[in-house]
Design a binder for this molecule. Structure first.
Ligand code: NAP
Length: 306
């Protein structure tokens, strides 16, 4: 394989993507983001492509917000099969593709696009990736569980809340800005009543959180707290017990304060690396209609972090 630059630019997609067609193997998959240089997705996706003998590569593409529309518009002519989408484009991209799955529309964001006969089809694999990761980490399913999602009205939190409803779980979203949470609850009550579950929205003040933690089986952190080493936990001390299952979507390495709190009381806990792996595996399956080589992707992801 040739040695590509770390990050390509959206202008490289113009002119039928000559830049990408000339690579060996050609680039036909990418991750769009701003910034995108830190994305670990190329490691796991390129390992999967090699393992499955697909003669193409997956690259990082820096796309600024004002370039998103034209970059998406140039993908088909540049010969791309699909893309992943990361910060800050997941929400904006939903209105720029031709078709969107129902779950992704409810989640309000897409992280995967498949290009079929020139049409851009959008999906959200963060939610399903989380459900698979949860089962892998805790050997139990979300159905019937009371699930407190901290930062539940944010991008990832909303995807997880919808997924919990899809799986038959009982989600409570806790948001700093409760109005945002209440608006999400209202939308879900109207648009997703057929899932059967009810979404509850609460404030993040200490007393409300304490009551919610007490009545929850599962605690999920979907705030960015924990991405920086000196970040506090989103939960006050003394609330977790050994019976909680604690999932922190943060995967930036190290043990977050929330995971430390869980470990101190003997609660089972996991970080967001498994969600990252499974959302990537589900994207691969959407692009190729074949099972993703999960262990190959897991090894590539883990070694990219050493
Ligand atoms: P986002 O859309 O900005 O949402 C962040 C949420 O956290 C919002 O609800 C926000 O509340 C809340 N929040 C932010 N700072 C807070 C603080 N200091 N205290 C309390 N709440 C706070 O971000 P996102 O894209 O969803 O990402 C959230 C987290 O999910 C990140 O840690 C990211 O790494 C993780 N993630 C992981 C994966 C994975 O594969 N493992 C995938 C996607 C995202 P307000 O609405 O009140 O501002």
């Amino acid at each position: 394989m040739s040695n590509p630059p770390e990050v390509y630019l959206s202008k490289d997609l113009a002119g039928y993507g000559e830049v990408f067609r000339r690579l060996n193997p050609p680039a036909q998959l990418a991750i769009f983001g701003d910034p995108v240089v830190h994305s670990a997705s190329p490691f796991m996706q390129n390992a999967a492509l090699r393992k499955q003998h697909h003669d193409l590569q997956y690259i990082r593409l820096h796309v600024a917000p004002d370039e998103l529309k034209s970059a998406l518009g140039n993908l088909a002519a540049a010969g791309f099969l699909g893309i992943n989408i990361t910060i800050p484009h997941k929400q904006a991209a939903i209105s720029l593709v031709d078709e969107v799955s129902r779950e992704a529309r409810l989640m309000g964001a897409i992280n995967t696009v498949k290009i079929e006969e020139g049409k851009l089809c959008g999906f959200n694999t963060d939610g399903p990736g989380f459900a698979t990761a949860f089962y892998e980490e805790f050997l139990t399913i979300l159905r019937g569980k009371n699930i407190l999602i901290l930062g539940g009205a944010g991008g990832a939190g909303r995807a997880l809340a919808i997924q919990c409803l899809v799986e038959g779980g009982i989600p409570i979203i806790a948001n700093r800005n409760q109005t945002k949470g209440d608006l999400l609850k209202e939308m879900i009550d109207t648009e997703a009543s057929d899932f059967g579950g009810i979404l509850k929205s609460i404030d993040m003040d200490q007393e409300t959180l304490a009551d919610a933690v007490k009545s929850s089986d599962v605690i999920i952190n979907a705030t960015p707290l924990g991405m920086k080493a000196d970040d506090p936990s989103p939960l006050p001390d003394g609330l977790l017990t050994a019976d909680h299952l604690v999932y922190d979507t943060v995967y930036s390495g190290g043990t977050t304060k929330l995971l430390q709190q869980a470990q101190e009381v003997g609660a089972q806990s996991a970080n967001g690396l498994s969600m990252l792996l499974h959302q990537g595996a589900k994207a691969f399956e959407i692009w190729f209609d074949e099972a993703a080589p999960l262990e190959t992707m897991r090894e590539a992801l883990e070694s990219s972090r050493n």
